[in-house]
Design a protein around this ligand. Structure first.
Ligand code: TYD
Length: 131
């Protein structure tokens, strides 16, 4: 799936533990306008089920694990995020779902735009038509 890329972040570790720093246009290939995080997800709950027209995002599971299902209308791909060193870059029009959140999962999302409900495509058939 060409619209999705994995980013590997370097950890600055020392005898106290680990730290990762992410800088706009250096580690993240867009201007970060918004940050949000999903946590305390109840057991068995899935989220997402939408695509974005213009938004770019990087998803980082900073704690625990979850499964991201991506669908470009032709192919589906499952990606397990379970590592704070890995970012999942999603650009362009991709249907995304989030599943299998571990109890301790904290999913950090860096986004290129402010929240805008009109950028969402929340109906799968509309997504396929829009493609
Ligand atoms: P929703 O889009 O359902 O989350 P997800 O796609 O992760 O399942 O968002 C849940 C609610 O939070 C919805 O009322 C919109 C609001 N929201 C914001 O106000 N700002 C944001 O940046 C996001 C992502 C959601």
């Amino acid at each position: 799936m060409k619209l999705v890329k994995t980013l590997n972040f370097s950890t600055i570790g020392d005898n106290r533990g680990s730290l990762i720093a992410l800088e706009t246009l250096i580690d993240i290939p867009f201007n970060i306008r918004r940050v949000y995080y999903i946590f305390d997800t109840l057991s068995g709950v899935s989220r997402g089920f939408h695509a974005h027209r213009d938004l770019k995002q990087v998803l980082i599971c900073v704690k625990g694990s979850c499964r991201i299902l991506l669908d470009d209308g032709k192919h589906k791909k499952n990606i397990i995020l379970n590592n704070p060193q890995t970012g999942l870059l999603i650009e362009d029009l991709v249907w995304r779902e989030m599943h299998d959140f571990s109890e301790d999962c904290v999913l950090l999302v860096l986004a290129s735009e402010y929240y805008d409900e009109t950028d969402y495509i929340r109906d799968y058939d509309n997504f396929l038509r829009y493609l």
